[in-house]
Design a protein around this ligand. Structure first.
Ligand SMILES: C[S@@+](CC[C@H](N)C(=O)[O-])C[C@H]1O[C@@H](n2cnc3c(N)ncnc32)[C@H](O)[C@@H]1O
Length: 373
C-alpha cells in the first residue's frame, strides 16, 4: 500500500516556532502570534534572505529563516521523503541549518537523525524545535567541505537541502569537480537500500546544477529513484530556459500568508528542483513493462486544447487529447497533475506527440509525491 505523507501539523508548529524565536531573541510576548514590531523585523529578515544575503551569524536573519523558510523547506522534505519506497531509519541532514528537513525525516518516523552544519546557532535552534515537539535530534557542528563528515556509519537517507551553491559557489574554479566528489563521498555513506535526496530551488541556475549533476551520475551508472524514469541524458538540459522542477501543494498557515503579503512573495505552491538517488549498486527501480511518463509541466493551453509535457522511459513527449469527453479508461487525463507518473497505451503517436483517442488507456501509476514501488 502507498503510504500517505504525514500531516504538516502547522497548527502545532507555528506557535512552537514563535516560542523558539522569542527565546532566541530573549523577547516576552504572546505564544502564538507576532507583535507588529516583531512582524516587521521578521519581514525585513525574510526579504534579505530572498535577496540572497548570506545568513551567517545575523540573529535577525536566523530568526526570520525559522519563521518563514523553515516552514517551506520542511514541507518540501515532507513531500519528497514520501517518495521513498520505505521509511528511512537512520538519516543524515547535511548543511541542515535549523533542521527543517531533519524534522521532516523525524515526522516520517525516522528514529536516528543527525543534523550537521557549521552554524552552531542554527543547529541549536533546530535541536530546540525538535526537542519541544518531542523528537530527538543529534546535532554536529562541522564544516562539510573540510574533511569527512564527523559521524560514523551508514545512512538510509542523506539529505542535501538548499546548500550546493553555498558549498560550491559557481564563481570558484573547478566547482563541478569538487561538487561531484562531495556527492560521491555521500553515496558511499548510504546503506545498500539507502537514498541520497538533493533538494534545491526551482530557479534556472540551481535547476541546471541539479540536472547536470544528474547527468554525470547517471552516466556513471548511479540509479535514480525519482523523478526521472528516463535513463539517458536529461532532455531539459538540451534546451535553453527549460527547467525541470517539481510542484507540490503548500500548506499556508496565516503567518506565512501574512509574511508573503508583506514581503511581496508570490508563491502559491512548493516549487523545487530535486533528485532522489539510490545506492550506486542498487539498480534502477523495477517498473511495469510498458512505457511510463512523468508529467513535467502544468497543463499548457494550445490551439489543440490542453497539453502536458512528459519525460518518460522513451524520452521527452507531449500529451493531448482528441476527445471532448473521456471514457473511464482515459478519464484520468481530466485530472492529471504535474509530478504524476502515468502509463499510456494505444494512443495516437506522431513524432513526440501522444494524443488520446477512442481506446487509449491512461493510468496513474504513482501520484505526485508517492513512491513507484
Ligand atoms: C540555505 S541554508 C539551508 C538549510 C537547510 N538545509 C534547509 O533546507 O533549510 C544553507 C546552510 O548551509 C550551511 N553551510 C554552508 N556552507 C557550509 C559548510 N562548508 N559546512 C557546513 N555547513 C555549511 C549554512 O550554515 C546554512 O545553514
Amino acid at each position: 500500500m502507498k503510504k500517505k505523507a504525514p500531516e504538516a501539523d502547522c497548527e502545532t508548529l507555528i506557535p512552537l516556532l514563535i516560542g523558539v524565536w522569542r527565546r532566541f531573541h530573549k523577547l516576552a510576548g504572546p505564544g502564538d502570534k507576532l507583535q507588529t514590531r516583531e512582524f516587521r523585523s521578521v519581514v525585513e529578515g525574510v526579504q534579505k534572505i530572498q535577496a540572497g544575503k548570506p545568513i551567517g551569524q545575523d540573529k535577525d536573519m536566523l530568526g526570520a529563516y525559522l519563521l518563514y523558510d523553515w516552514i517551506i523547506h520542511y514541507q518540501q522534505a515532507l513531500s519528497l521523503i514520501n517518495e521513498l519506497p520505505h521509511t528511512p531509519r537512520r538519516v543524515l541532514d547535511i548543511c541542515s541549518g535549523s533542521a527543517p528537513m531533519a524534522f521532516a525525516a523525524l515526522k516520517h518516523g525516522a528514529s536516528d537523525v543527525v543534523a550537521v552544519d557549521r552554524n552552531a546557532a542554527a543547529l541549536q535552534l533546530g535541536a530546540e524545535v525538535c526537542g519541544r515537539y518531542g523528537f530527538p535530534l543529534t546535532v554536529r557542528e562541522a564544516d562539510c567541505t573540510k574533511g569527512p563528515i564527523p559521524v560514523e556509519g551508514k545512512f538510509d537517507l542523506i539529505i542535501v537541502g538548499h546548500c550546493l551553491e553555498e558549498l560550491f559557489p559557481a564563481a570558484q574554479k573547478e566547482w563541478p569537480v569538487r561538487q561531484k566528489a562531495f556527492v560521491d563521498s555521500l553515496l558511499r555513506r548510504l546503506t545498500p537500500q539507502g537514498f541520497l535526496l538533493l533538494v534545491d530551488s526551482s530557479l534556472n541556475e540551481t535547476n541546471r546544477r541539479i540536472l547536470m549533476l544528474r547527468d554525470q551520475l547517471v552516466s556513471e551508472g548511479v540509479p535514480v529513484q525519482a523523478p526521472c524514469v528516463w535513463r539517458g541524458e536529461c532532455p531539459a538540459l538540451k534546451a535553453a530556459n527549460s527547467p525541470c522542477y517539481a510542484q507540490r501543494e503548500l500548506v499556508k498557515p496565516y503567518m506565512i500568508k501574512e509574511i508573503q503579503r508583506a514581503a511581496q512573495i508570490n508563491l502559491s505552491s512548493l516549487k523545487m528542483s530535486y533528485l532522489i538517488l539510490r545506492h550506486p549498486e542498487a539498480g534502477w527501480p523495477a517498473l511495469p513493462d510498458l512505457p511510463l511518463y512523468r508529467i513535467i509541466s502544468p497543463p499548457v493551453e494550445t490551439y489543440q486544447g490542453k497539453r502536458f509535457y512528459l519525460c518518460g522511459t522513451d524520452g521527452k513527449k507531449n500529451l493531448g487529447s482528441h476527445l471532448k469527453e473521456h471514457p473511464l479508461e482515459s478519464r484520468a487525463f481530466e485530472y492529471l497533475r504535474r509530478g504524476e507518473l502515468i502509463s499510456i497505451e494505444h494512443a495516437l503517436v506522431k513524432d513526440n506527440s501522444l494524443d488520446i483517442i477512442e481506446g487509449t488507456i491512461l493510468k496513474v501509476v504513482a501520484a505526485a509525491g508517492k513512491a513507484i514501488d
